[in-house]
Design a binder for this molecule. Structure first.
Ligand SMILES: CC(C)(COP(=O)(O)OP(=O)(O)OC[C@H]1O[C@@H](n2cnc3c(N)ncnc32)[C@H](O)[C@@H]1OP(=O)(O)O)[C@@H](O)C(=O)NCCC(=O)NCCS
Length: 171
């Protein structure tokens, strides 16, 4: 059975290994990582997917700041290579987006394949006037308004959030 749960501290090493397998060990050179360096992910939005107790999938979200407005950077999302196409990714996406909406987050951005992410409502137009701190293929830079109009009039640089401490687990 496939079970989605909040990421625990002891999952960290397994997740790093899965991410290396999914994206390659040079993944830290990607532009998205410029926004993650030294910033904690949002614990309440980091989930694992396990089948019979074995890690198969991971999703994380990072806080970012755009023209003074807080937003979420989705990713990485990765599924164990041998387990793709079973719906694990879609399940993690819907689960985490519902959690983000419930927590009052208004805007999510990501760098990924539009052919995959459009099914969740991500659109190029939402991120069109935003600028990431490094090169990305423009068509892959997407956004989703969790609150209608959250990105209206929004433009400028996407920066590291300075409020990440607020999202850290205290226990
Ligand atoms: C992309 C990824 C997260 C998808 O997860 P998954 O569990 O294999 O996908 P699911 O089984 O939930 O969804 C399957 C559907 O997504 C589609 N899909 C999977 N990867 C896709 C891609 N890269 N582009 C477009 N569609 C994709 C499948 O065709 C299938 O479509 P259908 O439902 O219309 O038949 C997974 O393949 C993965 O980890 N890839 C490597 C890392 C990566 O690219 N992560 C995403 C950041 S860009």
């Amino acid at each position: 059975m496939y079970v989605i749960a909040n990421e625990r501290r002891q999952d960290a090493d397994e997740i790093e290994t899965l991410l290396d397998r999914a994206f390659g060990a040079d993944r830290h050179a990607k532009t998205s990582y410029r926004l993650r360096e030294g910033v904690a992910p949002i614990d309440a939005l980091c989930f694992t997917g396990r089948a019979d107790g074995v890690l198969k999938a991971t999703i994380r979200y990072w806080p970012v700041s755009i023209a003074g407005q807080e937003a979420l950077l989705l990713g990485p999302l990765a599924i164990e290579p041998a387990e793709r196409g079973k719906g694990y990714g879609v399940a993690l996406m819907w689960h985490s987006l519902a959690a983000a909406r419930a927590l009052g987050h208004r805007l999510v951005i990501l760098v990924g394949d539009p052919e995959y992410y459009e099914r969740f409502g991500f659109r190029r137009a939402v991120a069109e006037r935003l600028v990431l701190p490094g090169p990305v293929e423009a068509r892959r830079f997407l956004g989703l308004e969790l609150a209608p109009g959250a990105a209206r009039g929004l433009k400028g640089a996407v920066e590291k959030s300075r409020s990440d401490l607020a999202y850290r687990r205290t226990a």
